[in-house]
Structures are given as structure tokens and as C-alpha cells.
Design a protein. Structure first.
Lengths: 560, 336
């Protein structure tokens, strides 16, 4: 048992092991102050099957940890001849199951060594990007205290092409440093005539406590179960996850024998698991699946985070967002100008929330004309314009699980254009030139209309350039108004299929197109005034001869 | 960052420390129990004025989290709060009659006291109306968090200010001493915050929430900052620059991940909007001791006269920290 702090807990656990007939050899880090050490030794001195081994000054990643376990193991083998399996634990390990169950488990497998031992190629969890190089470079500098020197020296050796020779017969293996070996294997490792060679070699390997026994065990035993009996999870920086009182049920259900590392003040865990147990010892196999998942998720959260979330502790640099928004959304440009009550119709067709123009100059037109929307977003234009992109990312984040659609156009704040165009979650459908329809219907003075048309066309052209840029990741579809009016159903069907129909059938009810009678002439008038309206496509000057100019145009119907 | 800029920031930090040193004369000790502070203790630092009604619950809340000692500055209260605090067994109290504004809203005083008593401790800087919520705070004491931060070599922990408000008029629900303020102010805005980066100090600048929505719709850039870094493993060389929004050295402000991941963070529930608020707003307006000529309080007073309800249809009712984590206001990071 390797201890360096929380000695009161280590004492408690040592008592537990020894009371259940397991001899304990304790190594106390030399860094522990003399008073604390003496008190610790004294507290356990009356127990007959507890010993203290020679002390070493331990530092993470260095040979000292192996040296500590070696001297402790030697003492164990010497003083307790009845011992068949030796279990390496730390002072912050806690047995989760009755010691009897562990004894029985090991008695049924008298020759098996439980030690995680994997070749370097198969290890995904190496810290600092070093796996095989742990064995072939030299590491004279402390990783914790002299990180810069450490890194520089590694780099230098790589440049120079330095390689240490691995002693003959050794095949480097890595694994968790907490093992459980049989007496014969441990004896073979410690009493091998080649041991000075091995020790000399491993003294300069990085993190030898994860490779010394793991490599040598392969020389002496054919009966290896490559897993650790100690439940120990590591985070992305290679430091162990800590267990707290609220992990009690998880730990209990994991059926693992020993867990590490336990927070020293987790009173409930210590009280529960060190309490005497009644009843028949169970024989269940360890099953840490659920704990694995929880910690894997924690690492994922820390390294990748939740896409589309911007908050106090996640504010990714540009390009590192893993998705700039969290869910797909649709932007419609020109449709609301071309159809009467397009929003109402779309809302009925698709299972999505349909907003009006969210970036309109007067206010954000949320669905249903609400003053606030999800997450208490305000419809106030100045608040929205203060950070228009955050407005959109907030909206999409706040409505996770429900697709958002909104109208957009050249009359609106153009600031989010680039953001939407480069967002792969955006579906942008544009009918170019449709902004002219409200102008055509307006009763304003024609010179004003002409000026406004020129302004809007300029904005739309700029917007289209953005949508056509090579950086665009959004799903963009653009039709000129002339093409769209010819056959609007097919494009609508495509867009809506992509969003997902509420009723997966062909469109039956169609939106009602506004009256475009005279629109061609209106465009011609603009031209006559010296403006060139080109984004609408080629509109005929005269209306199509449908023979019934007074009745509104019938909606298109597509047969089922 | 260039050497020159780095040196400038260093000078600035020294300046704040010298200022804190000068301002120590304004503090008069009333009860010094700092000898009780043991190694590894977690400390709360706080400045207050006329907040007696809040103190009972404030102390109870933080004692329950496992805070060991409170170091507080009373800015000349006349409501009995000073006497109340002086009697508490785990409070060390200083008194000042000097200007809150000229002590940079109390920061100079607290920089000094932390310099003296906070070195080597985890220090939590909160006002009496701020309640710290962190991941697993319902099952793990604050010591679990600070031990984990130590083990992860993290020196500062962010907790955004979350304004809480009642449903209905602010003056509709009188607050009683000792009561949990979030029984009344149990609503908050979950997703209308905007963030930008302060490149000089490296911190984030967060605005939004009900204050931006209700009080600053016309000039959102004046809406108060909500980013806070209240929990710091203090070193005597450190200094808060502006409230607890940012610190020097600059590395302490790097409480957010820039490569897509989430760091662990908490929330400060802000119980400002109780029935006591309108009285306070008027008083503060008169004293003119707040930031930027108290423009914030002017905006409050204007709005509160006509419509003192901050609640809207999309307000979220507070349940627990897990709700805040799901909403994305805070994160567990890799603490599990």
C-alpha cells in the first residue's frame, strides 16, 4: 500500500485489510513530515500483520514509485510466506466488496496475474503523446516541475534521432499501475539474476510504474489477465477521477473489488464500504460499465463540449466550435413576399416553429407575435442588433429539439449573413427579387420606390455573393423570382422534404400566391426610370394571357 | 502577448496593490478572529452596507457549503448589521466610513484583506445577495470542489451572475429575515446572454438577462457585466481589477476553454430583486456611490416607477444546479 497523504484514511483501510486476515505492507512517501509519519506508524504498530517498508521520496512519473513497490513487495514475500497473491494499492484506494469475496475470487484463480498489460501500439491513453518513446528516450527532467526542459529535451532527442536500446527479450507493455500478482510471478521478477539490468533500464523510462511490472510479467507468466482489479479512471490530463459520496450507488453496483481514488472526506463511502458485511459472499464479476460511461462523458464534455453552446466556460476560437450552432434551422428569403400567409402555411406543413423576419428593422418578429421567446430572448431590435449572431445562436440553443424557420431579406439587418452562410446547420432558400413585390403593391411615390428598389437590390446582390462564396457551408438554394413563379411547387416540395413533413405525404394544401398582375410592367417602369432590376430574372412585361384577368390566380395543385 | 504589454499589466497589478495598501488605513477592525483560520480553510470575503436583513440566510447558506471563515467589511451600516456580524463566531469584521466608490466599490479593501488573510487559501468573493452554486453543490461540500481544483492545478473558478426575480411586482412579496430569497425570486432568464472577449485582460464580458432586457433595451452596451471569477486560490501578489469581473495576473482570467471544450464553472444566483430593491435603488441613487455615476440605478428607478415586473412568459423557474448545467449556464467540465 503506497501512501503519501490522508494518512488517517490509509490507516482505516489498512486496519480493514488486516482485520480480514490480509497482511499489509505500507510504504510512506519520504516527503511526509516526520510527525505525521510517526503518528501513523504508531497507530498501526500494535497490529501484528502490518509492516512498514523502506521509505523512498516519490514523484509522479519517476522510478521512485517502482522502487517503493519493490521494497514493499520484498518485505511482503519475506515476512508473510502464506501469501499467495499480492495486491498493490494506494492509500486512497477503498475496497468495495467484502475481503472474503476477493479472497475467494483469487483462490479460484490461484495462478492468474491480474495486471493490465498492453503493447504500446494499442494504448490510446498516453499523456504527452509519448507511447513507444517512453522506452526509447531519456527523461532526466521532471515533467511536473520542469515541463519546458522536459519538452525541449524530448524534442532534441527526436531531432538528433537518439534511441535507447531496449534490453533483449523485453517487449514494452503498458498498463494501469495497480496490479495483483501471484507470489511466484512477483518472486520471479524480483529475484531474476537479470534484475539489475532491467532496473537500470527502467530507471530512465518515463512513468516506469506503468510499464515495469507490465513488461516483465510477460517474461515469467503465461497466465495473465490483462485488466486491473482496481477501478481507476483517468481524465484527459492523465490524473485520476475522484469518487465522492454521491457515487455510492454507482460504486456498489459496479461490483469492482477496489476503487481509486476516493476523496478523503467522503465519509459515507468509507463508512459504508468498510462496515462489516453480513451474508454469503457474492461471486459477481466486476462490471464498471456505467462508471466508465460517466467518466468518458466527462472527458468528452471537457475536450469537445456541447456544439453550439457559448457560455462563461466555453467560448471557442473561430473554427473550433464543433458546429457553430447546435441544430439545423431554415432561412426563407422572399417567400413571405410572394405568398399570402406563408408562415401560417409552412407551420401547418412542417413540424417546426416558423418565425417572421427575425432581423426586421422594427423588431424581431417571433412566431405568434410574442414580445419574448425561448430563453427570454427579447424582440427589441437594439438588443438584438447589439450582437445579432449571439441572438441566432441563443435562439437555436434555447429551442433544442424543435426546428426553427425564419424569414430573412434585404430589408433586414444583414450582419448575420456570413455567419449563416458558413454554418452547416443552416438551410437557406432564396427567391431573388421577391422583395420588389411589396414595393409593387405599395402606394408610395414612384421615385421613392425606385430608390428603395435600388438599395434593396444592392443589398441582395451582396448577400448572394456571400452565399456563393467558397466558404459557404450552408445548404443554399437560389431561384430567381421569374423561375420560381413558373413552377413553385417543386422547389417548395424539396425544401419541405428536407425539413421533414409533419405528414409524410405530398403537399396537398398550397400557399396562395399574391397577385402579380402588372408586376412585369412595374419592373419595366423601374427600367424606364434608369434602374436595372436584374435579380428577379426575366419577367415578361405583359401578363401571361390566362384570359381571366379579374379572378385571382389559382393556386398550383400537384396531384397525389 | 508582447513583453511590453505583459510589463504594463505587471505595473498595473502593482498599482492596484499599492492602492489596496494605502486604503488599509480606512479599515478599522471590529472583530478579528482570523487566528481561527486553519490551513486549507475556505474563506468568504464580502463588503456590505445596510444588508442586515440578508445576513442570517447568507451566513447559513455558506456555512452549509462548508465555508470556514468570513472576512467582511461593513461600510458604515446603520441597521444593526455590524453588531450582528461582530457577534458571529466565524466572522472577522472591519468597519469603514470612507467612500465605497473611492475604494473602487470595495475592491481595494478586499484586495488588502485577502493579501493579509487569504494567501494560500481558496477565497470566495461574494456580495451578501450573491449565492454560489457549483456542480454537485447539493451533494458535495465546497472543499470537494477546491480539492479537485487543486488536484487539477486550476487556480480560479468562474461563476456567472444570474439575476433572479419574482413573478409579479417586486414589492408584492415581502422578504423576511432568514428566509431563502429564492422562495420569492425563483425565476431567471435562461438564454439571452451575449459574450465578447476582453483582449487586454483575457476575460469574457457577458451581458444580458433581465437587467439588459428590462432596463437597458435602448443602450445594451451599458448593461451590467455578469461575468465573475469569485473563487480564487489566493496569492498575496494577486489583485482584483474591477469588481470580481477580472483579476491580474491575466492567466487567472482564463476560466473558459477556447478549443471547443467546456471548463467547469458555477453560477452566482443574484437575489437583488426583492422588495428591498426599490428602497435600495433610491438610497443608492442619492448616495451616488456606484459604478459609472450610478447610471445603472438611474435606469432601475425609471423602470421601476412604471412597471416593476421582470417576469415574462419564457422565464425559467429555478430548480437546481443540474437544470442550470443542462441549460448551458454552467458546466461540470470534466468533474464527474
Amino acid at each position: 500500500m503506497l501512501c503519501h497523504d490522508a494518512l488517517d484514511r490509509a490507516e482505516q483501510v489498512a486496519r480493514h485489510w488486516s482485520a480480514h486476515g490480509c497482511p499489509v505492507v505500507i510504504h510512506v512517501d519520504k516527503k511526509v513530515k516526520r510527525d505525521a509519519h510517526d503518528a501513523f506508524v504508531k497507530s498501526l504498530s500494535r497490529i501484528e500483520n502490518v509492516r512498514f517498508s523502506e521509505r523512498h521520496r516519490c514523484e509522479w512519473g519517476t522510478w521512485s514509485l517502482v522502487a517503493a513497490s519493490q521494497s514493499a513487495s520484498e518485505l511482503m514475500l519475506r515476512d508473510f510466506p502464506e501469501v499467495r497473491h499480492v495486491f498493490l494499492a494506494s492509500g486512497s484506494c477503498l475496497p468495495l466488496r467484502p475481503v472474503e469475496e476477493l479472497k475467494q475470487f483469487l483462490a479460484e484463480r490461484p495462478l492468474t496475474n491480474f495486471i493490465e498489460s498492453v503493447t504500446t501500439e494499442d494504448v490510446p491513453w498516453t499523456v504527452g503523446g509519448l507511447s513507444l518513446e517512453r522506452f526509447t528516450l531519456r527523461f532526466p527532467f521532471s515533467w511536473k516541475r520542469r515541463r519546458k526542459l522536459f519538452d525541449a529535451y524530448v524534442l532534441l532527442q527526436r531531432r538528433v534521432g537518439f534511441r535507447r536500446k531496449i534490453p533483449d527479450g523485453l517487449e514494452p507493455h503498458l498498463g494501469s499501475q495497480w496490479w495483483c500478482l501471484t507470489r511466484s510471478t512477483l518472486q520471479a521478477i524480483l529475484e531474476d539474476p537479470e534484475r539489475p539490468v532491467h532496473d537500470a533500464y527502467f530507471k530512465k523510462v518515463w512513468i516506469p510504474d506503468e510499464s515495469y511490472y507490465q513488461t516483465l510479467v510477460r517474461l515469467y507468466s503465461g497466465d495473465i489477465e490483462s485488466r486491473s482489479l482496481t477501478l481507476s479512471k483517468f481524465d484527459f490530463q492523465g490524473k485520476p477521477h475522484i469518487f465522492y459520496d454521491d457515487h455510492l450507488q454507482l460504486l456498489r453496483r459496479s461490483n469492482c473489488f477496489v476503487a481509486r481514488k476516493i476523496w478523503p472526506r467522503a465519509n459515507r463511502l468509507y463508512d459504508t464500504f468498510l462496515a462489516p458485511k453480513e451474508g454469503e459472499p457474492g461471486t459477481a464479476e466486476p462490471n464498471p460499465g456505467k462508471i466508465d460511461r460517466i467518466f468518458a462523458k466527462a472527458v468528452e464534455r471537457r475536450t469537445r463540449g456541447r456544439s453550439g453552446l457559448y457560455m462563461q466556460s466555453r467560448f471557442p476560437n473561430s473554427g473550433w466550435e464543433n458546429g457553430t450552432t447546435c441544430a439545423p434551422y431554415s432561412v426563407f428569403e422572399g417567400f413571405a413576399d410572394l405568398f399570402e400567409d406563408f408562415e401560417g402555411w409552412l407551420g401547418k406543413m412542417v413540424g417546426a416553429r416558423v418565425h417572421g423576419p427575425l432581423y426586421a428593422p422594427d423588431r424581431a418578429h417571433f412566431a405568434g407575435g410574442q414580445a419574448h421567446y425561448a430563453g427570454a430572448l427579447s424582440d427589441c431590435a437594439t438588443l438584438r442588433n447589439y450582437n445579432p449572431v449571439a441572438f441566432l445562436t441563443n435562439l437555436v440553443w434555447n429551442t433544442r429539439g424543435e426546428r426553427q424557420c425564419f424569414q430573412f431579406g434585404p430589408r433586414d439587418n444583414q450582419e448575420p449573413s456570413w455567419f449563416m452562410a458558413t454554418d452547416s446547420n443552416a438551410q437557406i432558400s432564396v427567391v431573388t427579387g421577391a422583395w420588389a413585390v411589396p414595393l409593387f403593391h405599395s402606394k408610395r411615390n414612384f421615385s421613392e420606390v425606385r430608390k428603395e428598389a435600388a438599395r434593396l437590390q444592392k443589398i441582395e446582390v451582396e448577400h448572394l455573393e456571400i452565399l456563393r462564396s467558397p466558404y459557404t457551408k450552408a445548404r443554399v438554394r437560389v431561384w430567381t423570382m421569374a423561375d420560381f413563379v413558373e413552377s413553385p411547387m417543386e422547389p417548395l416540395q424539396t425544401i419541405i422534404d428536407e425539413i421533414g413533413l409533419r405528414h409524410p405525404r405530398r403537399l396537398t394544401e398550397v400557399p396562395r400566391m399574391v397577385d402579380l398582375k402588372g408586376f412585369g410592367q412595374f419592373l419595366q417602369n423601374l427600367k424606364n426610370q434608369g434602374m436595372q432590376p436584374h435579380v428577379m430574372g426575366d419577367f415578361p412585361v405583359t401578363d401571361r394571357g390566362d384570359g381571366a384577368p379579374d379572378t385571382p390566380r389559382k393556386p398550383y395543385l400537384v396531384k397525389q | 502577448m508582447g513583453a511590453l504589454r505583459s510589463y504594463r499589466l505587471r505595473l498595473q497589478r502593482k498599482r492596484w496593490r499599492i492602492r489596496a495598501f494605502r486604503k488599509r488605513r480606512e479599515l478599522h477592525c471590529i472583530a478579528d478572529r482570523t487566528r481561527q483560520i486553519g490551513p486549507g480553510d475556505v474563506l468568504v470575503f464580502s463588503t456590505l452596507r445596510n444588508e442586515k436583513i440578508r445576513l442570517e440566510y447568507f451566513l447559513k447558506y455558506y456555512r452549509r457549503l462548508g465555508v470556514n471563515h468570513f472576512v467582511m467589511v461593513d461600510n458604515d451600516s446603520d441597521d444593526g448589521g455590524r453588531e450582528y456580524l461582530a457577534d458571529q463566531p466565524d466572522v472577522s469584521l472591519w468597519h469603514s466610513t470612507a467612500s465605497y466608490k473611492r475604494a473602487r466599490f470595495g475592491i481595494d479593501w478586499l484586495n488588502w484583506l485577502q493579501w493579509q488573510h487569504g494567501h494560500g487559501h481558496w477565497c470566495l468573493n461574494v456580495d451578501p445577495d450573491e449565492f454560489f452554486v457549483y456542480p454537485f453543490c447539493d451533494t458535495r461540500p465546497i472543499r470537494a470542489l477546491t480539492d479537485w481544483l487543486d488536484a487539477s492545478s486550476i487556480k480560479s473558478f468562474s461563476a456567472m451572475l444570474l439575476d433572479m426575480y419574482p413573478k409579479g411586482r417586486l414589492d408584492g412579496f415581502p422578504y423576511v429575515e432568514g428566509q431563502d430569497p429564492f422562495e420569492i425570486a425563483s425565476w431567471f432568464d435562461s438564454g439571452n446572454y451575449t459574450i465578447s472577449k476582453n483582449h487586454q485582460f483575457g476575460n469574457l464580458w457577458i451581458q444580458g438577462g433581465p437587467r439588459a432586457r428590462a432596463f437597458f433595451p435602448d443602450n445594451p452596451d451599458r448593461a451590467p457585466a455578469l461575468n465573475k471569477i469569485p473563487l480564487v486560490k489566493w496569492h498575496r501578489q494577486y489583485a482584483y481589477v474591477s469588481s470580481t469581473h477580472m483579476l491580474l495576473p491575466r492567466g487567472l482570467n482564463a476560466v473558459y476553454d477556447e478549443w471547443g471544450g467546456e471548463k467547469a464553472s458555477g453560477v452566482l444566483l443574484h437575489a437583488k430583486f426583492l422588495d428591498t430593491f426599490s428602497v435600495k435603488a433610491e438610497e443608492e441613487l442619492e448616495r451616488r456611490q456606484h459604478y459609472a455615476r450610478s447610471h445603472e440605478y438611474k435606469a432601475y428607478a425609471r423602470r421601476l416607477q412604471k412597471d416593476p415586473d421582470l417576469w415574462c412568459n419564457w422565464s425559467e423557474k429555478y430548480i437546481n444546479w443540474r437544470q442550470l448545467e443542462i441549460l448551458g449556464l454552467m458546466s461540470k467540465g470534466n468533474w464527474a
